[in-house]
Design a protein around this ligand. Structure first.
Ligand SMILES: [Zn+2]
Ligand SMILES: [Zn+2]
Length: 839
């Protein structure tokens, strides 16, 4: 369009706030041709707050009920989110009942929202004197004070002032309260890493070079060395010389010779962007041979993909699902399509990425939350379709064909997505709990694939009941792999009765004599052992022998877990911790004992029974550092560790070929939670841990220690009877109206005062019962942990039959909540959390 026409254009902008609507801003006429859907813009919101938002739509209709403010700045030349993904965001917000801003915050790496270079300043129009004392939290006050003193702070300085790492929520909150704002120069947040390279100047040719050689030979031997080294490194004699880093030439000979060569106009130094991500060598390996079972599975998948968009690949542990995925990735790459490979946890990526990189080299990218912001932004930008760079000398950021990532990778701006693989689809980590959007990446991926006309493979040895139901009912295709790859047998499962052994006083610490015997044998043979306990820390809690006092968290309704190494009692819900008291805080007695055991205690007790064994621990506490997890796994893989003790982390898809014994120390501990999925989860857990046992030449053994050794789920696991467990569960869920027969929406109300919560929660439940009927609304009830971080909580569960479920029902829920909140001033102090399809 021509600029002379002076058309007034508007943009609907997603702002990073929990507001239900998009806001319309006016595009300055000069920018009519610059502004595009999917770009980031800086907009003013309210009197004095500025945010980075995304243009969702451009149109020419001015808003009806307010005057549109101008967009302050456009941050991107190329849109960073495409149209398909904006449609996807919209679906996530609607389906999971959250705001577009919530989705944007989850989708964009924080480097594209705020960056570490972002500086915040105090908002001069805000009057501190008028702010009520409880207007800010303690952290916010600290930051307000720091801003008063310094007027402007970088993210790092904020982190310093607050003594915490994740400062964005505090800053965001301070901005929304009007006390601070982001400095307006928000451009260039992502700084590509630059490096100096060396190349011949344009004057150099073969003939000239000979002259230079002669000259240098006489006068400057060191310069000659540098020159020869450059020629060697750059492979200058080939037609396609490669870039040589300045550092590679400088290291051996110092700077001065290089500088002389530059002065003589022989070499020149130039700057170029380098990828921050480690570039591995391109090694295109031939694909591995498939077994007959795998080959049949692959053929079936391809056949089913003709008219199914989603396929469940149900393969027993070690059946070689990954090899099938790799074939499918190959096919997608051949067709120039991109692949998203999702895993439930970062923990799993290292082993897999190595495997994928061996085949596809730099085409493989990794994206997860433990990556630094700049690395994440780089992956994000690497997927955006861009105009080619003007300077062809610059090494271009790798173009990715396969991205391996955790749930947030779902929001990457793929174009031409052909396949989404969701491995371990049953895993609860695909579901985001807090904050909103509380999305399940598996389910959302299926919708995204539909938008992109991509195919989806869900893989698992223990599929979720819902997914298996969808496969049996024909909604998904179903492919089963029943045998382990390479003829490895399924492990032998032996159950040990903890009640019996405890009564007979046979227990040695947390071990049954049978498990100890198996371990001893394995270690004697030079084989490895994995021990699983679903609890980290040293003891579950401590108790006074005299008065039975158990120290509790002051902010949550749970007892504190003892961590021996740190010598702390710690709350696993809010992180609150205190030093282990020397005497009972209640009665003063020094007789304090530890109860129950976690991974830390197991590791310690192992030393008593196997003093020579090398042990390692894999849990949340031992893997906080960036590469800690990979390091532990590597040590175990290289057989530098004999016994690996861990929480769920050890259950997930790791393949070790020397593990002959797996011990599950307390297999039925998860069964007694009031959760309709507890049996399913227990089955999955035991089956997954068991899958770690077994080697090519020898059948593995799994020792399952349980208090209720006759529980049906233990019997199903022993018989490797997934279908049996599935049928048991389907019957139960039908009787009690749980998914897949219904869909659930869980509403959590929380309040600082228990009495207020007790008075209000039933009011909302009644309103919902009036609309949906008594049978569809359960609660309000206190969950097991009824207080978290000083907030009491109550839950209301809405069950809606699968065939009656609709968006209209969600509108009714929102409407009921809005009516409820309008009831009185006190009601607005209630926090309300909505969770669609809770895990
Ligand atoms: Zn006491
Ligand atoms: Zn707590």
């Amino acid at each position: 369009m021509s600029t002379q026409e002076r058309i007034t254009l508007f943009a609907d902008v997603i702002v990073p706030l929990a507001v239900p609507n998009l806001f319309t801003y006016r595009i300055p006429n000069d920018w009519n041709e610059l502004a595009r859907q999917g770009q980031r813009v800086v907009v003013q919101f309210g009197k004095s707050k500025f945010y980075v938002g995304i243009i969702a739509r451009i149109h020419d209709k001015s808003p009806q009920d307010y005057e549109a403010k101008y967009i302050k700045d456009i941050l991107d030349a190329t849109p960073i989110v495409n149209e398909t993904h904006l449609a996807f965001w919209d679906w996530v917000a609607t389906y999971y009942m959250c705001t577009p801003g919530d989705v944007m915050n989850a989708a964009l790496p924080s480097g594209l929202r705020f960056s570490s270079e972002t500086r915040i300043i105090k908002n001069d129009s805000f009057s501190l004197e008028e702010a009520a004392e409880d207007y800010f939290t303690e952290r916010e006050w600290t930051l307000v004070a720091a801003l008063e003193a310094r007027t402007e702070l970088s993210m790092l300085e904020v982190a310093d002032a607050l003594g915490i790492k994740n400062v964005q929520p505090v800053i965001q909150s301070l901005i929304s309260k009007g006390a601070a704002r982001v400095m307006e120069e928000m451009k260039g947040e992502f700084k590509p890493k630059k490096e100096s390279y060396v190349r011949f100047t344009s004057e150099i040719n073969e003939e000239k070079l000979q002259e230079i050689f002669k000259e240098l030979e006489k006068k400057a031997v060191i310069q000659l060395e540098v020159l020869l080294k450059y020629i060697q490194l750059s492979q200058w004699h080939t037609k396609k010389p490669i870039s040589v880093k300045k550092s590679a030439l400088v290291n051996s000979s110092g700077n001065s010779s290089l500088n002389s060569l530059v002065k003589k106009n022989i070499l020149e130094v130039y700057e170029a962007e380098v990828s921050r991500l480690k570039q591995s060598e391109e090694r295109m390996l031939q694909s591995n041979e498939l077994s007959i079972g795998q080959q049949e599975g692959l053929e079936k998948i391809n056949k089913l993909f003709i008219d199914k968009n989603v396929i469940l690949l149900h393969g027993v542990t070690s059946s070689g699902k990954t090899e099938l995925y790799m074939q499918l990735i190959d096919d997608a790459i051949q067709q120039n399509k991109k692949v998203l490979y999702m895993l439930p946890e970062i923990a799993l990526t290292a082993q897999l990425v190595n495997r994928l990189k061996k085949r596809w080299g730099n085409k493989v990218g990794v994206y997860h939350s433990k990556f630094g912001d700049n690395e994440r932004v780089e992956i994000w930008n690497g997927l955006i379709q861009k105009e080619p760079l003007a300077n062809s000398h610059q090494p271009i950021a790798p173009e990715y064909s396969v991205i391996v990532g955790t749930r947030s990778a779902l929001f990457l701006p793929f174009s031409n997505l052909g396949l989404i693989i969701i491995d371990e689809e049953h895993d609860g980590s695909f579901k985001q709990q807090d904050p909103a959007p509380r999305y399940n990446a598996r389910d959302a991926a299926i919708y995204l694939a539909q938008l992109c006309s991509a195919k989806v493979i869900l893989g698992s040895a223990t599929p979720s009941v819902e997914t298996y139901y969808n496969a049996l009912s024909g909604k998904f295709g179903l492919v089963e792999l029943a045998t382990r790859f390479g003829g490895v047998e399924m492990p032998e499962i032996v159950v040990c009765d903890l009640k019996e052994d405890t009564r007979k006083k046979l227990m040695k610490s947390m071990f049954t004599p049978y498990l100890l015997g198996c371990m001893e044998q394995a270690l004697h043979n030079g084989e490895q052992v994995i021990l699983f306990q679903n609890r980290r820390g040293f003891a579950n809690f401590i108790e006074c022998k005299v008065c039975a006092n158990v120290p509790q968290c002051t902010r949550c309704d749970v007892s504190l877990t003892y961590h021996k190494k740190a010598d702390l009692l710690r709350c696993h819900y809010c992180g609150y911790s205190i030093v282990l008291p020397k005497i009972c805080p209640a009665c003063g007695s020094p007789l304090i004992e530890t109860k129950g055991f976690g991974t830390e205690k197991i590791e310690e007790d192992l030393a008593l029974f196997f003093p020579k064994a090398r042990t390692a621990r894999l849990d949340l506490d031992s893997t906080r550092a960036k590469n800690a997890h990979a390091n532990i796994i590597n040590l175990f893989e290289e057989r530098k560790v004999d016994v690996l003790v861990g929480t769920q982390m050890v259950t997930k898809g790791l393949d070790f070929d020397n593990v002959s014994v797996v011990g599950i120390l307390n297999a039925d501990s998860g069964l007694y939670f009031p959760d309709f999925r507890s049996v399913e989860k227990t089955y999955q857990l035991i089956a997954q841990v068991s899958g770690r046992a077994g080697r090519k030449s020898k059948r593995g053994k799994v020792v399952v220690q349980a208090y209720n050794s006759h529980h049906p789920v233990i019997t199903r696991v022993m018989g490797n009877d997934f279908i049996g467990m599935y049928n048991d569960q389907m019957e139960e869920r039908k009787n009690f109206a749980y998914p897949p027969f219904t869909r659930l929406i869980e509403i959590t109300l929380s309040h600082r005062h228990q009495e207020d919560l007790d008075a209000m929660a039933p009011a909302l439940a009644d309103a919902l019962k009036n609309r949906f009927g008594n049978d569809r609304v359960l609660g309000p009830e206190y969950p097991i942990v009824s207080k978290v971080q000083n907030f009491y909580q109550k839950k209301i569960l809405l069950k809606i039959e699968r065939d009656k479920y609709s968006l209209k029902m969600k509108d009714m829920v929102v409407d009921s909540i809005n009516v409820f909140l309008k009831k009185g001033k006190d009601y607005t102090k209630t926090r309300i959390k909505i969770d669609v399809d809770p895990q």
